[in-house]
Design a protein around this ligand. Sequence first.
Ligand SMILES: [Zn+2]
Ligand SMILES: [Zn+2]
Length: 165
Amino acid sequence: MLLDLKPLFAGSRDSLSVDFSMDLSELSFLGVKPLKAPVAISGKIVSRAGVVESQLNCKVEYTAPCDRCCTETVKEYSFDINRTIVQSLENEENDEMVVVEDMKLDLETFCYADIVMSLPTKFLCKDTCRGLCSTCGKNLNEGDCGCTHTEIDPRLSALADLLKE
Ligand SMILES: [Zn+2]
Ligand SMILES: [Zn+2]
């Protein structure tokens, strides 16, 4: 979606509202496609004292299996994209500034990297997830399985193996 920023740069408007959604359902991340629902982006692009900047909020619904128990879990979060938008960079490079050629802002491209960078690399159904039993595979969040869980320090179990021999 292309947004014409000319009214902002020309000073005839001081804000343009933005309300759209992005279909990222085909985006693969950590082996799954977590963005089953469209990402909703809303807010505005404003011009304040001649400086054009984004005041956008992205709402993400993230669906992926829990790292510990593999239960498919949906979590929602949102984050802001506040960036200065310029027509050209006057001197050195500046990562915080976005350059728009011919005053057109491609909103999808503008938001894409931030959305990808917002994706969680560790994902749990809940912080206290107990995971799966290493012996029988039961989901321990649903109750104990009856296996004896002697949670041994892996270093101690290596020692125990040595002693058995
Ligand atoms: Zn879990
Ligand atoms: Zn078990």
